[in-house]
Design a protein. Sequence first.
Length: 678
Amino acid sequence: MKILFLYILFFAGYIEAVQSQPDPWIITANKINPSDYYGVTVANGMIGIVSSPEPFKVKDVVLAGTYDLYGRGRVSNFIKSFNLLNMRLDINGKRVDAPSIENFKQELNMQDASFSSSFEYSDKASIKCSYYSLRHLPFTVLMDITITAKKDLSITASSVIEAPDALRDVQNYYNQIVRPYVTTGLLTSTAKSPTGKLQLCASTCFLFNESHQLEPQVIHEMWDNNLHLMKFDKMVKAGESYTFSIAGSSISSAHNDDPLNEAERLTIFAKLEGHDRLLEFHKKAWKCLWESDIRIEGDDQSQQDVHSMLYHLYSFSREGTSFSLSPMGLSGLGYNGHVFWDADLWMFPALLVLHPEIARSLIEYRVERLESAKKNAFEHGFKGAMFPWESAGSGLEETPVWALSGPFEHHITACVALAAWNYFCVTRDKEWLKEKGWPILLATADFWCSRVERNAPGHYDINNVVAADEWAENVDNDAFTNAAAIANLRNASAAALVLSIVPDSNWNHVAENIPILLLPDGVTKEHNSYHGEGIKQADVNLLAYPLKMITDTAQIKRDLAYYEKRIPNEGTPAMTQAIFALLYSRLGDGNKAYHFFKDAYVPNLNPPFRVIAETKGGTNPYFATGAGGIIQSMLMGFGGLDITADGISQVKSVLPSEWISVKITGVGIMKKTFVITH
């Protein structure tokens, strides 16, 4: 009996261990605590839907590219769009809400980009609600609701459109479009952005499984200027399940000159496509995205976390646009939705390696705003193009005036140029380089030639900048700024030769005479006045990657050993440790690489979906910049992938002992596969 009891304990423990293994694709929240809840985003690169701890509600709807001048800093900010996926459900005349439900569970399925909530409503019904930001339809969302009755039920289901507080002049409509085989009730709202610059519109409709003749009657109710709804009644017998759906579209005049009619057209299109086709094409689109994947064998939690990072980068961007990425993507209004170096240096390379067609959208954003960058340079007394530290719709400087990074963090210009050059290196698209990449490289190289101060023969300083380490303000000869400028000038010369253009001889001359400073012990010095103080984030270490300015192994190790001790344990962004992980993997130290890989994000995670905040203990998720840096540590660190003038190659790297192998699929335009083992 004792042996049998031990076997039972063993197998019970084994089953529990198997069940507790993180799923590589599904993040499940079994305990929902509204006071300690950080929502997760379902997005398609255009519409971001942020989850709520309440049933039948979403927290925010964010629409890419929709900015207006309001709120913080007297600059353009992201605007919340209409909340078009909130709904209400009454059962037997009583509202189903958070206090009345049990066994509330939420799941993010990253494989098909869906978010689901399920719960029990007393002894009357089991309910599941799932929603999607449809990948193949940039402005359209879908929600499915299934009610399984335990007793005979009378239900009243309402689709609600609610206007965020910042919108003004809200107008609400309800129209019925009748055709021989279908009647479509459209719940529609339109409003102006805070200054009246933009018009935002949303429209929804019900999708029923019944034939046209048996569809429930839909009734419209106007509650106030900011909220209206449409609803229907239905009887559901015990043991039966009833499913209905809501399709909706949200668009603004930033995307279409006639957003009101277009929102309704897109919703009608979704209605007539039908539920099954909508879901089929959505899943096909995500299956195509996941052909570019990172698969870790031997560490289930790291695998789930890496999938989450990839999922968010894919969700926040899309092919065929000229929108770039803010640090928080489409997860909310963090950093006003502005575009920083975060897009060009941290998120762009990961997308470029796995989905060059998506990365093109990010660089297209810069291409379309080159003229604004030229105006910015002119205003500061420089030649060429000076890209703004914070950019929104126009491409003009959008940094609040109290932040010194606006007028002084000039390295972003070189980061944009590096992204343009790397796009050509990966795609080898010479026509693109000629028409779009070359104008950026030319104008940014001219900027640096005018930006340097020629203080002596063969000594060209770049003075008075905010460093990549942003705690270093108004310093001279910052290591990263200087090295990035050198790379910019050299890449412009390389691009000229590709296009059979004679490069400006001044470019290489200036590049050869910009200093990279050293401390007495040979460590690369962060800037002229640096004396060993703590730093906010990687600066010197970026010279080894991504700039490849420092290639000597001993120097890379020396710089790592010095600066890894100068990063405080809190208040610093995730990308720094990601760079340490990347470099240590390339240097052959798998244990240190793994330590910094985990340290880059695990202390930054927030419940219940392990969403990444910007800093350790931070509460401002989702930090897509950090995800981009960590994915680079996987691709270019553990994976050894390297962007060169001849395309993507592979350098030697090592895995941590905790991992058996890493497999990277769908790399570059040829969609190659790389496998890394011990």
